[in-house]
Design a protein around this ligand. Structure first.
Ligand SMILES: Nc1nc2c(ncn2[C@@H]2O[C@H](COP(=O)(O)OP(=O)(O)OP(=O)(O)O)[C@@H](O)[C@H]2O)c(=O)[nH]1
Ligand SMILES: [Mg+2]
Length: 357
């Protein structure tokens, strides 16, 4: 373990010096789909710390529910949760057309798998795509085939593939990225983690440094969680545990463990909030230690907008020095995160946040 004392991240300096203030980046994200498809439910779970069953109490969204979410990499998401009732949809496509569809970075379109009139849903999607093509032709499009829990497991794949190919054929020049999702399992976290991964500006830099840190502290895995959503926005796995099949490392067959972990920690934060009376948006914990016979793990508050998770083999010495090194590395990563203001108002500022209690 002697070599660990010499380890430092100084070998690879962060690319952007702190003296060079990074511009605040804003991304307009449209969340659209027919009424009742589950848009506000997923938004509340991902950004406002709701658990799945809380969403049963959500009412239909009137017009657009706008929220601003501060993210790592100096990114602010302007999230437009657009009520999907027919009258609102018609209004977005006519009077508010330019207002809604200009400067869009991302469109997330939610399809309800249970919908009785998929043809009609497709027609509406087509109109939305046409408006997007007119005002924001470079936007990225994600389609979520949602409420998959309502389909019997052995039919899920066929129905999903069928729907996706039909939707693709109505997407004009856009090339949508599809996901099968449900609020009742980790699939929702997987989809949103990938969407957010694509949105964060300097994530490649962060990823590079995360890999260096992982090697230095001799970790098996390093996970970077975004603090508001607790999604794993970046991760690194030691070469020793990756086999030729990159998606399924031999020693850990749980390929969806990152999104499972997000789900578990968010539920833990919810329970903590309930039993301590702290607000759901509060941080709830600064360190989380887990020592098992076959592995150890810690989760620490890392930079302004992130938490860091580290998985190690058993052993106190390696564990303690890894933790210490992660604390030392914080300032370097803070620079990559680089928030404009380190004030108390960071995080989700949706007015509807914490409406369910
Ligand atoms: N079974 C199941 N129900 C879901 C899922 N996601 C959301 N729901 C339920 O669907 C209902 C409607 O959800 P909302 O999120 O309010 O729908 P919306 O798309 O925001 O609707 P509008 O605001 O009218 O456009 C709620 O009762 C949710 O609990 C899911 O994955 N599976
Ligand atoms: Mg809604």
């Amino acid at each position: 373990m002697a070599q660990m004392n010499q380890l430092s991240l100084q070998d690879e300096p962060a690319v952007s010096p702190a003296s060079e203030p990074r511009k605040q980046k804003k991304k307009k994200v449209l969340l659209m789909g027919k009424s009742g498809s589950g848009k506000s439910s997923m938004r509340s779970i991902i950004f406002s710390n709701y658990i799945a069953k809380d969403t049963r109490r959500l009412g239909a969204t009137i017009d657009v529910d706008l929220s601003h979410v501060k993210f790592l990499g100096n990114l602010t998401l302007n999230l437009w949760d657009c009520g999907g009732q027919d009258a609102f949809m018609e209004n977005y496509l006519s009077q508010q057309r330019q207002h809604v569809f200009s400067n869009v970075g991302v469109l997330i379109y939610v399809f309800d798998i249970e919908s009785r009139d998929f043809d009609r849903d497709l027609l509406t999607y087509r109109s939305i795509i046409a408006a997007l093509g007119q005002f924001s032709p470079t936007a990225s499009v994600y389609i979520l085939i949602h409420k998959m829990d309502l389909v019997v497991p052995n039919q899920r794949e066929d129905i999903y593939n069928d729907r996706v190919s039909l939707i693709r054929s109505k997407s004009d020049s856009f090339d949508p990225t599809p996901f099968a999702t449900s609020i009742w399992d980790q699939s929702l976290y997987k989809a949103w983690a990938e969407i957010i991964h694509d949105l964060v500006p300097n994530l490649d830099q962060i990823e590079k440094h995360l890999g260096s840190l992982g090697k230095l502290i001799m970790a098996e895995e390093v996970l970077l969680f975004e603090r508001t959503s607790f999604l794993v926005v970046s991760s690194w796995t030691s070469k020793e545990i990756i086999t030729s099949d990159k998606d399924h490392p031999a020693q850990n067959p749980t390929y969806d463990r990152n999104e499972r972990l997000s789900n578990i920690i968010k539920n833990f934060k919810q329970s903590t909030s309930r039993y301590t009376g702290t607000p759901k948006s509060a941080e709830q914990f600064s360190v989380f230690d887990l020592k098992m016979p076959n592995f150890c793990m810690f989760l620490i508050k890392f930079t302004t907008n992130t938490y860091l998770g580290v998985v190690l083999p058993p052993g106190e010495e390696r564990y303690n020095s890894a933790k210490l090194n992660c604390y030392i590395a914080r300032t370097q990563f803070e620079d990559l995160d680089s928030p404009a203001r380190k004030s108390a108002d960071r995080g989700a500022t949706s007015e509807s946040q914490d409406a369910v209690s």
